[in-house]
Design a protein around this ligand. Structure first.
Ligand SMILES: Nc1ncnc2c1ncn2[C@@H]1O[C@H](COP(=O)(O)OP(=O)(O)OP(=O)(O)O)[C@@H](O)[C@H]1O
Length: 641
């Protein structure tokens, strides 16, 4: 382990042959051996980059080794782009893409991804939480998902939430909503503490934090670090956090620091010894300077001129080499023989603890009920969404109803009837798709984060989303259908009314399925809007109203068979017109049969029930694809070493 032990610089010299910190870790004090929670050795991470059509391999982490003991907090410090987040991700098992090599052990064993996820926690830099839930609700839902029902009763979960609220000093904000850019909520520091609290609920053995102080003033930053330290000490857990140039007070709160430059370790050891270490290799931190600022300046490449760049590169290389020399000396016993690395020695003492932890997931039903409750709370509180989803169908119903007011039974009404039926179909597409996709994409980001800590199953998430979005679509659009039916006076017949309504419902349900496909497969909302508009517009164009399928070229005529809108429009049009007869409004007396009209529009390829069947088949395919895409895209392919 390339780490300075607590005593190695006591005489101010570097490189004295001492018992290696690999073999015994007594940083807890004389006689106190602390459990090594995580150790990592020779971590290398490379990515392939392309520039000017040339492919090159970029090394982002270069032979990084270290370990963390229970009760410690370690700061990962370096200039921007030094590789801090990459190292944190590699250690927490969240690296995607590239080549990762080396060896990471959790409590002495190779990591079992599932147990590791459950026993550790990761606080992301962006605090992704539901803005409309209060602090207490956010923590309560996290507790319901992440604490096993078998081990915690509802009361014990509530007590655990209260304990975390107390621990993180969040009592005053308990009932305040999290908030976002649109709605004022808790302060930045409180938000960060809620984020940390959600992760602490499970009593993780190891906490990873990515820049927990970014965006906070120095008081809030100090409070966050102090709290993490207090918890680590009290609960004998460990924490590793990336942090940008902490002030001197915050810097001194850390037990150890890892200083990274260009992916290489420049120093890893006790914070208290960092100044003397740098002093011993010729870089004495000025008395009144903040040590973290001084170290980061030393480690940063200076791009202001060629000369300054060359000079800073030389300095950084020197710092890296000096630390390699020093750490290799620490690897030797006093007799000059290499000591057995701590990384390997801990394995024998801790066996396979990390892999032995058996977790019983909460039941599917329990997850589903909790997710459903959270979804409906969010929807109910989203005043903009609920108002617009309620008012839009009513406004459209009045407009369409009065535009086609009181349809007659003459031949002029043929076009109008087809128009009304078509608009009924359209109302079950865009007005449902667009607002729901915006909600779903926002929600999915949080779900993916929750998934990374194995909070619940994707299947429960998906079914709870279906159970939220489908009823909303149906309930909100029902007044539209009823209003348009009666105001425009579509053919008055109870049988027709009660056949048309379920067909309309089916189209709404299919639209929600299509929405899941887009939401699960594309992250960018702008891209979704562009592509989905193109897809839905094409579906509307191929509905049979604008182009007669007898005249559509063979190359495109097949589109109707995979077009749900064709089926719903055809079913609704047949339902309305197949038994009607239209009187000619002018000229010689004549009658036009609805059947003939439908035939002239090629809308009678299937009968109503076949149309409904095909519509439902489209829906089933959409929902299955949506689920598979959600699983595939929502489960990042993390690299484990
Ligand atoms: N997948 C990747 N492909 C290409 N470059 C990458 C990739 N991942 C990381 N990098 C590069 O590796 C370097 C280290 O990135 P990282 O995010 O770890 O830095 P950091 O120290 O956390 O920086 P900051 O403090 O600015 O967040 C950066 O130059 C980044 O651009």
């Amino acid at each position: 382990m390339y780490e300075l032990d607590g005593n190695s610089l006591s005489d101010g010299s570097v490189g004295s042959n001492k018992p290696s910190p690999y073999t015994s870790d007594k940083s807890g004090g004389p006689g106190l051996e602390r459990e090594v929670v995580l150790s990592w050795k020779d971590i290398e991470y490379k990515v392939t980059t392309k520039a000017n059509k040339q492919t090159s391999v970029k090394t982002i982490l270069n032979s990084v080794s270290g370990h963390i003991n229970a009760g410690e907090i370690i700061a990962l410090i370096g200039s921007s782009g030094a590789g801090k987040t990459t190292l944190l991700n590699a250690l927490s098992g969240r690296i995607v893409g590239g080549q990762l090599t080396g060896d990471v052990r959790f409590q002495g064993s190779k990591r079992n991804p599932t147990s590791f996820k459950r026993l550790t926690a990761y606080v992301q830099q962006d605090d992704l939480m539901h803005p409309l839930l209060s602090v207490e609700e956010t923590l309560t839902y996290a507790a319901k998902f992440r604490l096993q029902n078998a081990a915690y009763s509802p009361r014990q979960k509530a007590e655990r939430v209260n304990e975390v609220i107390r621990q993180l000093r969040l009592e005053a904000a308990r009932n305040t909503r999290i908030g976002n850019a649109a709605t004022r909520g808790v302060s930045g520091g409180e938000r960060k503490r809620v984020s940390i609290g959600s992760e602490l609920l499970t009593d993780p053995k190891l906490l990873f934090l990515d820049e927990p102080t970014s965006g906070l003033d120095s008081n809030s930053s100090e409070m966050v670090v102090e709290l993490v330290k207090k918890i680590s000490v009290e609960q004998n857990t460990a924490a590793i956090m990336t942090i940008h140039q902490p002030n001197a007070r915050i810097f001194n709160l850390f037990d150890k620091v890892i200083l990274l430059s260009q992916g290489s370790v420049v120093y890893f050891g006790p914070t208290s010894k960092s100044i003397s270490y740098f002093g011993s290799i010729g870089y004495q931190c000025p008395i009144h300077e903040n040590p973290a600022d001084y170290f980061v300046d030393l480690m940063t490449l200076d791009y202001r001129s060629e000369d300054l760049l060359a000079e800073s590169k030389k300095r950084v290389n020197n710092l890296v080499e000096r630390f390699i020399v020093y750490s290799s000396q620490l690897d030797m016993h006093a007799d000059g023989k290499p000591s057995k690395p701590l990384h390997e020695s801990v394995e024998s003492s801790y066996g396979t603890i990390a892999n032995d932890v058996g977790f019983k997931k909460n039941s599917w039903v329990s997850e589903y009920i909790t997710l459903l409750r959270r979804d409906w709370t969010n929807i109910y509180r989203d005043i903009y969404y609920s108002t617009s989803q309620t008012l839009q169908p009513i406004a459209m119903c009045l407009m369409i109803g009065f535009m086609f007011y009181n349809l007659k039974h003459d031949d002029l009404s043929i076009q109008n009837r087809l128009g009304v039926v078509y608009i009924i179909t359209v109302q079950a597409t865009f007005p449902i798709f667009m607002p729901q996709i915006a909600l779903f994409v926002d929600d999915l980001v949080i779900a993916v984060r929750e998934q990374s800590s194995a909070s619940y199953r994707f299947s429960t998430y998906y079914v709870s989303k279906m159970s939220t979005y489908v009823p909303i679509a149906l309930v909100c659009n029902t007044p539209f259908y009823i209003g348009v039916y009666f105001i425009s006076r579509l053919d008055f017949d109870a049988r027709k009314f009660f056949i048309g309504l379920p067909v309309f419902y089916c189209q709404n349900i299919v639209t929600v399925g299509l929405m899941f496909i887009f939401g699960a497969s594309i992250k960018s909302i702008a891209m979704i809007y562009v592509l989905s508009t193109a897809v839905i517009t094409s579906q509307l164009l191929f509905s049979g109203l604008f182009a007669n399928f007898r005249t559509v070229t063979d190359v495109l005529s097949w589109v109707r068979w995979i077009n749900p809108i064709y089926y719903s429009f055809s079913a609704l049009a047949q339902n309305e017109m197949s038994d009607m007869t239209f009187i000619c409004s002018a000229g010689p007396q004549c009658n036009k049969a609805g059947k003939d009209v439908l035939n002239s529009y090629s809308l009678d390829g299937f009968n109503i029930w076949q149309d409904v069947l095909m519509l439902l088949l489209n829906g089933v395919v959409f929902y299955i694809c949506g689920y598979l895409l959600l699983r595939w895209k929502g489960t990042p392919k993390y690299l484990w070493v």
